[in-house]
Design a binder for this molecule. Structure first.
Ligand code: URP
Ligand code: ZN
Ligand code: ZN
Length: 474
């Protein structure tokens, strides 16, 4: 089966060109000048299918390297299954996710990983890989880390400086895990918030009766994100300059630390998420009553009276922030977020967004925050390179997987319930957002999975991706 995507503008991290894209089976066979006969014939007349992309952008499908399908967290489970979550991702032009397999304290790493394979296997609409959360650093889990790199295609490990008593690692454990990762070439992903200090502030707030959702942010001050980020960077240096990737960054203080470390030449990287670029403590988290629970996530939404959002956009332009992921961790309002009525500390942490990342970041192109090329780079190409998936993913080039998003810059997307919303949630954190562009067609390994506002993907089409080492290191 061949498909010609004709007449569009192919956008990469480095530029844009009018070109036709020939897909043969699951991969891209050629990128040629429009109407070219260089391959011996007029491709439009010989291809099995022709997709007309005139006036549209043809970009590599999105790579969302931070999702939590079915995550057990805060006494409940994230509400998207691998099936619903990856289908929603496809609706939004994301064709690869990297989810986090979890080892909880007291559990064997391999058992946690096996459980994740069981949840995902045969259920995904698009391709997927795993990072591994190490929730208990000890001799056995350290050995398992090396095994996973060598045999399972898992080359990145998330540690937590937050959530004491749940997934938290102390500095000694972090150092040991970093040393181990450094030996195998793996990346350490860090949830950088000082969880010990945060827990003191949370207990004090609850004792005072300050229990509304907005206190979630007020008890997780930006200084404690900056402090933890600094500490993680120093520990990574001591561990032999292990590649360090700071996840879900929300604070200027943390960005400054990453900027300084990168300026000094370190393999230090960071991601942010759409919620930190668009949503704030005042406008969302502090909504009257319990409404703000919809936006409880960690790191938290920050105040609009400081300059976090402007700094994060600038960080994206300057490559202090290399990636935009979603940290998709959806919970319904009813029965899930409601667990925290009367005590914000019991609200399950997380926001759903896997469907909307490409759309929301494109709006940043429209408003002049990012270039078109940088949109592609931060949402597709760099995450693929960062986590060892390139050049199968993250690029439109011969030999790459035919994961393609055809984007219509003249279309329009209204996000929200009853409008565009396919995640398994009873509300949208993005209600009312309007996007000056639209997902037109999505291909996953050559198969059209979204077309004409319809999901057409075959069930269980997505494959597990064994990943290589990071291809983004300096
Ligand atoms: O609020 C969040 N981020 N929930 C998911 C868990 C994590 O820390 O990434
Ligand atoms: Zn985290
Ligand atoms: Zn997360």
């Amino acid at each position: 089966m061949t498909t010609l995507i004709s007449g569009g503008t192919v956008v990469s991290a480095t530029g844009r060109v009018k070109a036709d894209v020939l897909v043969d089976g699951e991969t891209i066979a050629a990128v040629v000048a429009p109407g070219s006969t260089a391959l011996g014939s007029d491709l439009a007349s010989t291809a099995d299918t022709v997709l007309d992309a005139t006036g549209k952008y043809v970009i590599p499908g999105g790579v969302d390297c931070h999702t939590h399908m079915e995550l057990p967290f805060g006494g409940t489970n994230a509400s998207d299954t691998f099936e619903t979550g990856t289908t929603a991702a496809a609706w939004g032009g994301t064709t690869t996710i990297i989810d986090f397999a979890v080892q909880r304290t007291g559990e064997r790493v391999q058992d946690g990983l096996a459980a994740w394979h069981q949840k995902a296997d045969g259920n995904c609409a698009i391709d997927y890989g795993f990072h591994q959360i190490i929730g208990g650093v000890d001799e056995e889990s350290l050995k398992a880390m090396t095994y996973l790199v060598d045999h399972e295609g898992i080359t990145s490990f998330k540690l937590f400086m937050a959530y004491p008593g749940v997934l938290y690692s102390d500095d000694g454990q972090i150092l040991r895990a970093m040393q181990t990762a450094n030996e195998s070439g793996a990346v350490i992903m860090m949830h950088a918030e000082n969880g010990i200090a945060i827990d003191v502030l949370v207990a004090q707030a609850v004792a005072r009766g300050d229990t509304d959702p907005r206190f979630h942010s007020l008890t997780r001050p930006a200084e404690l994100e900056g402090e933890a980020t600094h500490r993680a960077i120093q520990l990574a240096k001591v561990a032999g300059n292990v590649p360090l990737y700071i996840v879900h960054m929300s604070a200027s203080e943390a960005l400054e630390e990453v900027g300084a470390a990168r300026h000094a030449g370190g393999n230090v990287f960071a991601e942010t998420c759409p919620q930190y670029l668009y949503l704030t403590l005042e406008d969302q988290l502090a909504q009257p009553g319990f409404e703000g629970a919809k936006w409880v996530c960690s790191t938290p939404l920050r105040t609009k009276h400081e300059h976090h959002q402007a700094d994060l956009w600038k960080g994206l332009r300057m490559n202090e922030l290399a990636v935009v992921s979603t940290d998709h961790c959806p919970f319904c309002f009813k029965d899930q977020k409601e667990m925290g009525i009367g005590n914000f500390a019991k609200i399950p942490n997380g926001i759903g967004g896997v469907e909307h990342r490409m759309e929301l970041l494109y709006q940043g192109v429209v408003t002049g925050e990012l270039s078109l090329e940088r949109w592609v780079e931060t949402c597709s190409t760099t995450p693929a390179r960062m986590f060892g998936l390139y050049p199968a993913k993250g690029i439109i080039a011969p030999g790459a997987d035919a994961d393609v998003l055809v984007w219509d810059p003249n279309g329009h997307t209204s996000i929200g319930f009853g409008k565009k919303h396919h995640m398994n949630m009873d509300h949208s954190a993005w209600e009312g957002f309007e996007i000056d562009g639209k997902v037109d067609t999505v291909l996953s390994r050559g198969t059209v999975v979204v077309e004409d506002d319809t999901f057409t993907g075959p069930a269980g089409h997505g494959r597990y991706l064994k990943r290589g080492l990071s291809q983004y290191l300096v």
